[in-house]
Design a protein around this ligand. Structure first.
Ligand code: HEM
Length: 463
């Protein structure tokens, strides 16, 4: 039975589907296909919807003005859903992703200077050399072979974050690190549907897997922190040196504690590559499926770069390339669902008031496919993001979130993705294998293709 159009009983709450068996009906619909559930909710209630699951009241906000009114204007009255931060802190400790209040403000103040566009431009060279190495290896392969794009993009972005964090690259780390991160990501999403997590010492196979993944990452980070400390060089450009030297502008004598340094490194590691890899995987598939878009980017890249490696400033002269990345992240935002927030005070949303204690959910995947803001919302049309195109209403493109908790790594990610994309299209034509089906999305912590995107990479020859 479709319950989505059934009104709730409480007149003071936004409309929403009725909860049966204390909301078990919703939970059952959400668990196998969370995004499908939220899409159905939005079709029935385009701007805002209220859902009750057991003791929780969850308000889903879809109207972009209201998204901003909450995440930008009333951010100080929100915290992140405790269950989500609990799950994330299993792997990321008390990092900037999960802390709240004064602790979060202090951490964000200290990290922010390391992520300005100017500062991240300093990583362009290492990003280019990571991409070059991976693409050289591909050039040596048989062009008839199809390439698993998720693996390729994961290897490249992992290489980038390892070099950016530690200033050196240790190939031996890459595979165990990406496996550990995927384990934590998959267990993360399923844990969120449970009321609690087993302690890490429990001798259960799933817990053992998480424990192993966590200690793989912990050991690598600890090793690098110790190596850096014993070398005691303070002149490095890497993120770890930046974190070690970071001082609170309001208390210049204070730096990050040893535990904070470890936790922030861990979050950069995890948040900093899987998201970009996912975005690039979908992007590559979309480019292969849309040769007319690919042609424009090939032409632009050839004309502007003239065979040279891209730089932060030449990337600015590639509007089709930049627009294609934004459009890919509109259709497939890696963070398809933002972390749900809890109202610490009553929150005003248009004519409604979300009472204190209720949860508020934001789903970029659904908001970014709303036909009211994006004509033909399911079509890949990068021209929407070209300079001179009609303005896109604020609050409708949320791939990096919005408000004070917007992604700290957004400039890093856009630079990294732009450089990799440009270099890839300089060298290869991306071809979709005849007869292959377009994959559905699989929501772990990020939205990945449910079946691998495999492409033929046709070398383009010198130009
Ligand atoms: C395409 C790549 C990326 C995407 C789509 C992405 C997306 C996001 C989103 C949507 C949020 C906000 C979540 C919310 O409001 O609930 C976020 C937060 C965050 N991201 Fe990213 N991210 C990307 C790359 C990166 C990179 C490269 C780094 C670091 C090197 C990074 C570090 C963080 C951190 C630390 C936060 C938490 C910020 C805070 O709460 O103050 N991200 N990211």
């Amino acid at each position: 039975m479709n319950t989505l159009n059934t009104p709730t009983r409480k007149p003071d709450l936004p409309p929403g589907p009725a909860a049966h068996l204390w909301g078990l009906n919703h939970l059952q619909a959400m668990k196998p296909d969370y995004l499908g559930f939220v899409q159905g909710l939005q079709r029935a209630h385009p701007d805002i919807a209220h859902v009750r699951v057991f003791t929780e009241h969850i308000t889903h906000v879809f109207h972009p003005d209201w998204v901003r009114a909450i995440l930008v204007d009333q951010a100080a009255h929100l915290i992140r859903w405790e269950r989500a931060t609990e799950v994330f802190s299993i792997s990321m400790g008390q990092s900037v992703l999960v802390t709240e209040g004064a602790k979060w403000q202090r951490q964000r103040r200290m990290l922010q200077p390391g992520f300005t566009p100017k500062r991240v431009a300093g990583y362009a060279e290492l990003m280019v050399s990571a991409a070059q190495q991976a693409l050289d290896a591909l050039t040596a392969q048989d062009p008839g072979q199809s390439v698993n794009m998720d693996e390729l993009m994961t290897d490249m972005t992992l290489d980038v974050i390892l070099r950016a964090l530690f200033g050196s690259h240790q190939v031996t780390h890459a595979r165990p690190v990406s496996e550990a991160i995927q384990t934590l990501s998959h267990s993360g999403i399923s844990e969120m549907f449970k009321p609690f997590s087993w302690p890490l010492w429990m001798p259960l196979p799933a817990v053992r897997k998480v424990r192993h993944a966590r200690s793989t990452l912990n050991n690598i980070i600890q090793q690098h922190i110790q190596t850096q400390q014993s070398n005691a060089h303070d002149d490095g450009q890497d993120l770890l040196t930046m974190l070690r030297l970071a001082r609170d502008p309001e208390h210049p004598d204070q730096g990050l504690s040893a535990q904070e340094l470890h936790d922030q490194t861990m979050v950069m590691f995890q948040a900093g590559h899987e998201t970009s890899a996912t975005a690039m995987t979908w992007w590559s598939g979309l480019i292969a499926r849309h040769p007319e878009v690919a042609e424009r980017i090939h032409a632009e890249v050839d004309t502007v770069l003239q065979g040279q490696a891209p730089t932060p400033s030449t990337l600015q002269q590639l509007p089709w390339l930049q627009a294609s990345l934004k459009e890919a992240m509109r259709l497939y935002p890696p963070a398809a669902v933002l972390m749900t927030r809890r109202a610490c005070q009553p929150i005003s949303v248009g004519p409604w008031t979300v009472p204190q204690g209720h949860l508020i959910a934001f789903t970029p995947y659904v908001i970014q496919r709303d036909a009211r803001w994006f004509e033909a919302p399911d079509a890949f049309r990068p021209e929407r993001f070209l300079p001179g195109a009609p303005d896109i209403p604020r609050g409708t493109w949320l791939a990096f979130g919005t408000g004070p908790r917007v992604c700290i790594g957004q400039h890093f990610a856009m630079l990294e993705m732009g450089l990799i994309a440009a270099m890839m299209l300089q060298r290869f034509k991306l071809q979709w294998p005849a007869g292959a089906a377009w994959p559905a999305g699989d929501l772990a912590v990020t939205l990945r293709p449910a079946t691998p995107i495999r492409l033929h990479l046709q070398p383009r020859g010198p130009r």
